[in-house]
Ligand binder design. Sequence first.
Ligand SMILES: [Zn+2]
Length: 284
Amino acid sequence: MKFRLLLALLVLPLGAQTTPFGTKVSDPASAPATAAAPVAAPAAGGVSDEFVDNSVQVSPFRPTLLPEAKSTRTFQLSKLNRLGSTESTKELQRLYSAFATQSIVDGSPAGSSKAVGHLTSVTYSILQDLGDNRYLAKAAWPASGPNEALAAGVDTMALLLLEKPAKAGDTGKITGMHVGTVAVLFTPDFAPLKGRRLTLRREAFLECATLEDSPAGLQRFVEAITAGAELSATTNETIPCKKCGGLGFTREAQKGQLLDKRVPCADCASTGKLIISVETKFVP
Ligand SMILES: [Zn+2]
């Protein structure tokens, strides 16, 4: 549940004053906190210019955008493999595979919840510990999401929220959920930026666990639906074009001619088919 709360805090667009990545700078109430950041009292003998402001501020900058499903449909488990129904074992397996890549494991009754960002595998090397399990890292990840909505990262700085403590120099690989771009105000302690107070805008990832795409995982998924969990998966599906009825063209009557003129269908580029994003909701 803790993880769900963290997520909720991070994705709340309004009202939330803090996120797992820090305090919103836009919130006036929190702004003075920065200004009032530790000013070292001059020590006896008075060397105050050695003071380095090591406070860290992370604020949401650009949220992650998930594609919205254009259409919805229902998959009814009780109709599975019934004559004349579209609910087949093969279709259930295909949809479960999609569900597994779009969900993260958490403490909810269903055992998982919908990922609020694209999931990708992130390879990293920690540059600096920013506190609260937040790290600035050199990272790389492959593109993910439909139409590569999240572009690949190659040897780039990113912000990571890791499950376990780490230290500068540690390397590893996690499944990361992209939570958008954040602005981080900090003082680097690594060359060549060492000691310069600056703000970086970088992609941020939360470490998470994905569901197991296995027969046992599918079994738990079916049991959760039977027990009343509201689960859905989003997939790209090919459907017949509505405008031309799947023909790829429409007809236009020609004055004084026996045959209609065939007008190529612009909606489907004359293919007769459309690819749309469909959310399938599972019911017992
Ligand atoms: Zn068409």
